[in-house]
Every structure is written in structure tokens, then in C-alpha cells.
Design a protein around this ligand. Structure first.
Ligand code: AVJ
Length: 320
């Protein structure tokens, strides 16, 4: 069965997402301009990300899919049947069915801020699993979310694949892990993907692919600002950049101004010098130890950990 779902995203009279505008105006006013990576995912950005997951250079999706395929039995045995699976961000079209077929859950609750994408992918999933109760919730999962009353009595399994946790600095990641614990309740399980530190050239290539799909994904953020926030940013003045930050063990994506440029966003003027960047994403990479430390800081105790055969990616099962 498929419920139309709940909508918990705040918009003003013109339908503009208030939080988006606030983040953009604040981010562009800082000395190092920066916009949170979560705003990549409008409908176009979500589609571009799906394209990224199929790129030869982008190993994380294939590696995590390999783990879910090869270790399905083991994972299912540790988790058990009958859970409400709560997925934080519902973009993944391949991994979710793998998990759902492996563990025989009672309900599936995908949470996402991209509403149309959420509803279409949820409907497709409900068609594939006719016995499953699917309850999509349009919400910002960075905050505690009230789950649909239909899943109240069920044991909860949080599913957070893709190493999206790596998008956050430690402080924010810890906050998220704690609010996940609140959303899911005491005794819940969490199955979370964490990408691993590896050769820097492999990492850079994964975020600066030969076909330029990641560049298009990065630049779509500026196009989205133009579309939704009454802005006139000249897209041709910016170039995609991916770099490794060794201090924080993370890939950073930036948009670098190729010349002096000025523009307005929602009536506010901004100017950038040639060479100045807008920092658009962090993608932290973990070791076994740093991953476990982060989970522990967020109130989750690691119970099991799997990697793909090449040791590129990890999947961790933790308990609250
Ligand atoms: C969805 C956050 C896991 O960091 O690898 C892919 C997003 N950005 N290519 C990542 C992304 C550029 C992705 N996550």
C-alpha cells in the first residue's frame, strides 16, 4: 500500500523555500562563501546525482551495492524481520530494494526534502513491494521527524546509505545522529554507509569525472538559485573544482569564479574576485576508527561492519 504522504517543509507565499533563501544569503555573505550541500537536490539535482552514481569513476554506489548484495543474508540475520525501515533521504533507486528484499520489513518510511522525487520514487517502490506499507514523509531529516502513526508500534531500522553523513562536519554529523536516535526511538538500529579514506587520485576522479556530470551537478546549484531565488548569477563565470583537504580527510567541491563577477540574489548584491570560490560540498572519508568514533559521539554503538572486496566503502550496523 502507498500513502500520499506527509509534507513538513516550510514555504512562503510565493512558494520559495525559506530555509533555502536564508542559507544562500547567509552563505554568500561569509568571507569564505559556502552553501550547504543539501541544496543540490532539487528535481534536476537529484536526477544528476543518479547519473553520478552510474559514472565509471564514482565507486561508492557500486561498492555499497556490492556489500548489500554479497552480505544480504548476514545483514538480515542480525537485523531480523518486521521492522519499519526509515530511510533518511530517499534518492537511492538500487540499494533500497536490495535491503527491503533481504530483511522482510513491515513498513517503509522514506524521508526527503525533494517532494516530487520522493513521491515518484516511493510510488515505484510500493509497486515493486505490494505487501509493504509505504509512508513517504516530505521533511528535513536534519531535525527530529514525527513518524507516521501507522509505524508507531514497530521496531525501527534507520537506513542512511551513500555516505551522506560525510557531507557534514563532525559537529553537524553528531547532531544528525542524535536526532536520528530521537526520531527512531530507544533500541532502534541504524544501517549507515561510510566512505573510506583511499588514494587521493581515486578520490579526486570520483568528484571530477571525465564526462563532466559532477561539474553539471555542482553548477546546477547556481542555476537553482537563479530559478528559485530571483537571482542573475552568470553561470559561465564559474568552474567546477574538486580538491582533497588532508587536515579534515575530506573531498571539497567548490565553484571558482573565472573572472571578477557581480550579481544579485533576492535583491541583495554580491561581488566576487577572480579566483574566489563558493564552497559547495564536503565529503568526509572515514577510517574504521574515525567512523566508529563519530557514531559513538552521536549515541550509536557499532555492532557490525562490512566492506566491499576492494575495501573502498563500509557499511556499519549500529544500535542506539
Ligand atoms: C550523496 C553525499 C554521498 O559525497 O559522494 C557525489 C554527493 N557529490 N558527487 C558524495 C556527491 C559529488 C555524494 N553523497
Amino acid at each position: 500500500t502507498f500513502a500520499q504522504g506527509l509534507k513538513l517543509v516550510e514555504r512562503d507565499a510565493e512558494g520559495v523555500d525559506c530555509a533555502f533563501r536564508a542559507d544562500v544569503l547567509e552563505g554568500l555573505s561569509a568571507p569564505q562563501k559556502a552553501i550547504p550541500a543539501r541544496w543540490f537536490y532539487d528535481d534536476i539535482g537529484s536526477e544528476l546525482f543518479e547519473d553520478i552514481t552510474r559514472l565509471p569513476e564514482y565507486y561508492p554506489t557500486r561498492a555499497e551495492t556490492e556489500i548489500l548484495t554479497d552480505r544480504a543474508q548476514e545483514i538480515a540475520q542480525l537485523i531480523g524481520p518486521g521492522h519499519a525501515v526509515v530511510e533518511f533521504g530517499s534518492g537511492s533507486s538500487v540499494k533500497t530494494p536490495l535491503l527491503l528484499s533481504a530483511i522482510a520489513p513491515s513498513a517503509y518510511v522514506p524521508l526527503d526534502i525533494a517532494g516530487d522525487f520522493l513521491r515518484s520514487s516511493s510510488a515505484a517502490l510500493a509497486a515493486k513491494f505490494p505487501a509493504l506499507d509505504v509512508h513517504p514523509v516530505e521533511a528535513d531529516f536534519m531535525r527530529r521527524v514525527e513518524l507516521p502513526h501507522e509505524v508507531t508500534g514497530l521496531p525501527k531500522l534507520g537506513f542512511f546509505p551513500g555516505s551522506t553523513i560525510g557531507n557534514m562536519i563532525a559537529r553537524t554529523a553528531t547532531d544528525l545522529l542524535r536526532s536520528m536516535k530521537e526520531t527512531l526511538g530507544e533500541g532502534a538500529l541504524l544501517l549507515i554507509g561510510m566512505d573510506l579514506v583511499k588514494d587521493h587520485d581515486v578520490l579526486i576522479a570520483a568528484y571530477d569525472d571525465a564526462q563532466g556530470v559532477t561539474a553539471a551537478f555542482n553548477c546546477n546549484l547556481l542555476a537553482r538559485i537563479n530559478r528559485e531565488l530571483d537571482a542573475d548569477i552568470p553561470l559561465d563565470a564559474f568552474a567546477h573544482e574538486a580538491r582533497w583537504n588532508d587536515t579534515f580527510a575530506r573531498i571539497e567541491m567548490h565553484l571558482r569564479a573565472q573572472r571578477d563577477v557581480s550579481f544579485t540574489v533576492s535583491g541583495k548584491p554580491f561581488a566576487m574576485r577572480a579566483g574566489e570560490t563558493i564552497h559547495t560540498e564536503n565529503s568526509h572519508k572515514f577510517t574504521r576508527r574515525s567512523g566508529h568514533q563519530l557514531l559513538a559521539a552521536g549515541g550509536w554503538e557499532p555492532r557490525a561492519r562490512w566492506t566491499d572486496a576492494a575495501g573502498q566503502f563500509s557499511l556499519v550496523l549500529a544500535e542506539s
